[in-house]
Write a protein that binds this ligand. Structure first.
Ligand code: NAD
Length: 429
């Protein structure tokens, strides 16, 4: 991609929502330009190591057989085994999984953990499936991708609509198929079957740590800061709980059904109880229900998109009024929106930095599983905070030194480390 195209992204972002793969490739090419990488290295880095598409036929509760499509994409293992989550969603596409796999490579390198990048997904709507159907889907999908996964090869984890229960089905299926219990074959497992303390809230804990660091950089007190969060799943709800506990005012949240606002502050523990009982934020009494899109335009100090990609795009970026954008989701901001927000002076904590807490604690889980030696929650959290703080400071220092934004700086560090590994390994044969 030429520099001219990168500098004039309007042509690419003409559609309201930019494709995640286009976004990922632009960010990579831009970092490669800045790093002056050779064309040989660029080609290796933009090419995916392995791509697998599988049919996932399962028997539904009705007796009918439905065949779903699943993907596992492995981008790079130059720095260690492939690592990345598995997403269940009706809009999963191969291109999206490729983009997410590439981001995992840079993310693991940025937080300096010894993993490469991968991602998986199954095109399905789990909201319309029973738990037993989801279990059969998971077991069949795991068996289908089994030839390319394993503790030293590629380690899946949770992502959108997959959770610790799904991870334990992956562990059980892998163990039954191989005849041995390999705790390191998947992360995000429940504690009862070799998971780690602190994994469930890890992405949000890391996100909160980077928000605190950014607030310090901006001289902005976090106490009483107004927080708006899109998405109230694993990442969004735990972030709300952590920030509420730290004295911030969570004033708006949304999920797939609706958005809620309470300009004074939402009672987050009560809202979480409501979600546990009903499965949604909808119907929570102590808040006003507003349009989901309007939520992103509420004036606040921290806006955290924690749902799906391209949430902030050319149609709404102008109306976003926040000081900090903390990207819990992967790829929530399109190229044009990113530029609009930067022009408005928004401090952006880019996804590969901001949401790296999840894979960092996944790394801790993998290490503990391999050693069968488990840590306390305090050890997990303090190591996580240390890694997130270092990654933030390194990214900020790079941004200052190169006079660039945090997203470009994060990509420069990640891409540089992977390129270094490739050069050091040399070329086989
Ligand atoms: P999740 O399935 O637990 O939650 C997703 C939430 O988003 C749900 O509350 C859902 O209702 C909501 N949602 C869906 N569409 C929405 C819409 N249009 N508007 C508002 N809300 C909507 O998923 P998660 O694990 O919390 O992941 C969320 C994001 O964070 C994803 O982009 C994922 O890739 C990223 N992420 C997750 C982890 C992790 O450890 N789980 C780690 C890094 C990044």
């Amino acid at each position: 991609m030429s520099q001219a195209t990168l500098d004039h992204p309007q042509t690419q972002d003409a559609a309201q929502v930019q494709s995640p793969l286009d976004l990922a490739m632009r960010l990579f090419e831009s970092a490669a330009d800045r790093l002056k990488l050779s064309e040989n290295l660029r080609e290796m880095l933009r090419t995916f190591t392995r791509i697998l598409e599988v049919a996932v036929p399962i028997r539904m509760d009705s007796g009918a057989i439905r065949t779903f499509t699943g993907y596992r994409v492995q981008h790079s293992d130059a720095r260690g085994p492939f690592k990345g989550g598995i997403r269940y969603h009706p809009e999963v596409t191969m291109d999206e999984v490729k983009a997410l796999a590439m981001w995992m490579t840079w993310k693991c390198a940025l937080v300096n953990i010894p993993f490469g990048g991968a991602k998986g997904g199954v095109v399905c709507d789990p909201r319309e499936m029973s738990p037993t159907e989801i279990e059969r889907l998971t077991r069949r999908f795991t068996s289908s991708i089994q030839p390319i996964i394993g503790p030293d090869q590629d380690i899946p984890a949770p992502d959108v609509n997959t959770n610790p229960q799904v991870m334990s089905w992956i562990l059980d299926t892998y163990s039954m198929n191989t005849g041995r219990r390999a705790l390191g074959c998947v992360t995000g497992k429940p504690i009862t079957v070799g998971g780690t303390l602190g994994r469930l809230g890890a992405t949000s804990m890391g996100l909160a740590e980077t928000i605190a660091a950014a607030a310090k950089t901006l001289g902005m007190p976090l106490h009483e800061a107004r927080i708006v969060i899109q998405g109230f799943g694993n990442v969004g709800s735990n972030l709300a709980a952590i920030l509420h506990e730290r004295g911030c005012r969570v004033i708006g949240v949304s999920d797939v059904n609706c958005a809620l606002v309470n300009r004074s502050r939402l009672d987050v523990p009560a809202l979480m109880r409501h979600v546990r009982e009903t499965g949604t934020i909808q119907g929570f009494p102590e808040a006003e229900e507003v349009d989901r899109e309007a939520l992103l335009e509420i004036e606040c100090d921290v806006l955290a998109p924690c749902a799906l990609g391209s949430a902030i795009n050319r149609t709404n970026a102008d109306r976003v009024r926040t000081r900090i954008l903390a990207e819990g989701a992967n790829g929530p901001t399109t190229t044009i929106a990113d530029r609009i927000l930067r022009e408005k002076g928004v401090f952006i904590l880019p996804d590969i930095l901001a949401n790296a807490g999840g894979v960092t604690v996944s790394y801790f889980e993998w290490v503990q599983g391999i050693q069968s030696f488990f840590w306390t929650e305090e050890e997990v959290n303090s190591r996580l905070k240390g890694i997130m703080r270092t990654a933030y400071l390194e990214t900020f220092a790079m941004a200052e030194r190169e006079k660039i934004d945090m997203r470009s700086a994060a990509h420069m560090i990640g891409v540089r480390r992977v390129a270094d590994a490739i050069e050091t390994l040399g070329l086989y044969p």
